[in-house]
Design a protein around this ligand. Structure first.
Ligand SMILES: *[C@@H]1O[C@H](CO)[C@@H](O)[C@H](O)[C@H]1NC(C)=O
Ligand SMILES: *[C@@H]1O[C@H](CO)[C@@H](O)[C@H](O)[C@H]1NC(C)=O
Ligand SMILES: *[C@@H]1O[C@H](CO)[C@@H](O)[C@H](O)[C@H]1NC(C)=O
Ligand SMILES: *[C@@H]1O[C@H](CO)[C@@H](O)[C@H](O)[C@H]1NC(C)=O
Length: 426
């Protein structure tokens, strides 16, 4: 997950009931558990950054070859699209594969082999779990009433790999998509889902305010960009406190304010500001982007300066899940972890996730998979250098994927169309 908010995650923990640990999901035996743990550890030891998942992609393809599963690669540079079964409907299961530029400090025996790169967001687990799901689905391929498409997607962390996958046809013909994400603030065995707005849209800005520098003792001869930038940061505050409905959620944060190096008696030529905007609502997200631009442009002008603004090349839209897909996923999750442990996410989060691109394209559900377990040290937040996960969640993640796909195909789609017809043919 990109741009995860620790605070938002803590919120989930406080609102979720602590349920007992789940036993092994049905259909997964100890041999499969060892297999998926081995894969995850191999991925964990060899993390790769966004769009550089070369060995990761090789491992995925090698595993699919061993399982006799057909695939197309490369898709989106380092992605893989595999298929099991045939015909329609087509249901997509997605895992992201990339790691983060973080120096691992987990103390795990299979910690990162690449200094400064770490699977600190559980994408190693997502990939391994989807491979185990592939293995289980391949075993029942003959009875599938349609096609399961497996999406091994690169570059979730800020570079929008999901968008590139879609552009390269990964969702063509797909009727619904399911994804999941490990969640260190919910105990192992919990699965949480939410219908509708689930994660925020996220964009990043890089703003330079250009002025005229000079001696601090003669400020009247300058156009002070420090003053203009300071005023602009303050002028952003009403975008939420006055222009936004108090019942709507949004974030405007200036997180870096850089005047460069220099003597204290010199007013600089320019100031660089970095920050982010977040919103759950599409309309607010678009408006915040426009208003941040307006505020910087006009405040800079007010002080005789000007502003150049760059936005992220791939802003992440809000993740809006589909009610019917979530209902199906919730029922499937209840089969895997028990009804008491398949819970509703009480409110959306301001974190962002590029599965949003897929959910904008086809009906989709996105499950949060609990991995918290103090015994195994799985207590740190996503993106923490100390991040660890309870590997007991791996077979649960795999079983969820399997159940999502089986239930979807069994029903012949979200609205059940073609389900009985397909059954009649058999
Ligand atoms: C945590 O992990 C330990 C050791 O694997 C296990 O015995 C225990 O049941 C787990 N607890 C939960 C909540 O899953
Ligand atoms: C770490 O990298 C080295 C050199 O590429 C390799 O020999 C070793 O097997 C790797 N370790 C793991 C755990 O993948
Ligand atoms: C911000 O934009 C400036 C000017 O284009 C560029 O030099 C700088 O590298 C950018 N910073 C980031 C963090 O993208
Ligand atoms: C921005 O301001 C700087 C400093 O006053 C000036 O040199 C530059 O031409 C201005 N750029 C624009 C596009 O107005």
């Amino acid at each position: 997950m990109c741009c995860w908010g620790r605070l938002a995650a803590a919120l989930l923990l406080t609102t979720l009931a602590i349920a007992p640990a789940a036993s092994l999901p049905p259909e997964v035996d100890q041999q499969d558990v060892d297999w998926v743990v081995g894969l995850r550890r191999q991925l964990h030891a060899n993390p790769e950054l966004s769009f550089e998942e070369v060995e990761t992609s090789q491992l995925i393809r090698k595993t699919l070859d061993e399982l006799g599963i057909r695939y197309r690669a490369p898709v989106a540079r380092t992605g893989v699209v595999a298929e099991i079964g045939s015909g329609e409907p087509i249901v997509a299961l997605r895992a992201d594969t990339d790691a983060l530029p973080i120096l691992e400090d987990s103390g795990l025996p299979f910690a990162s082999n690449r200094s400064g790169v770490m699977h600190a967001c559980g994408h190693d687990a997502h990939t391994a779990a989807l491979l185990l799901a592939a293995k289980r689905l391949k075993a029942v391929e003959g009875s599938l009433r349609g096609t399961v498409r497996l999406l091994f997607q690169p570059a979730e962390e800020g570079k929008g790999g999901a968008k590139v996958m879609i552009e390269e046809g990964a969702l063509d013909g797909v009727s619904a998509a399911f994804g999941l994400h490990v969640m260190p603030f919910a105990p192992t065995g919990i699965v949480a889902l939410r219908a509708g707005p689930t994660f925020a849209g996220s964009d990043r800005f890089n703003i330079t305010i250009h002025g005229v520098g000079g001696h601090a003792a003669a400020p009247h001869t300058t156009k002070d960009p420090v003053l203009a930038a300071s005023m602009a940061v303050v002028a952003l505050q009403p975008l939420l406190s006055r222009e936004t409905d108090p019942l709507q959620s949004g974030v405007v944060t200036v997180s870096r304010f850089n005047t460069g190096v220099g003597a204290p008696n010199i007013i600089p030529q320019s100031v660089n500001l970095l920050g982010t905007i977040r919103a759950i609502d599409h309309e607010l997200f678009g408006r915040l982007r426009q208003r941040v631009t307006d505020v910087f442009t006009s405040t800079a002008a007010m002080y005789g300066c000007n502003a150049t603004i760059e936005w992220s090349p791939v802003p992440y839209p809000p993740l809006i899940t589909d009610k019917r897909a979530v209902e199906l996923a919730m029922a499937a999750a209840a089969k895997v972890v028990g009804a008491a442990s398949a819970v509703k996410m009480p409110q959306p989060f301001m974190g962002a996730e590029d599965f949003a691109f897929m959910a904008a394209r086809v009906p989709a559900a996105f499950a949060m998979l609990g991995i918290r377990n103090e015994t195994v040290g799985s207590v740190h937040g996503l993106h923490s250098p100390q991040f660890r996960m309870d590997e007991a969640a791996l077979p649960i993640g795999a079983a969820l994927h399997v159940q999502f796909a089986l239930d979807f195909l069994e029903r012949g789609g979200l609205d059940g169309k073609g389900g009985s017809a397909a059954r009649d043919e058999l």
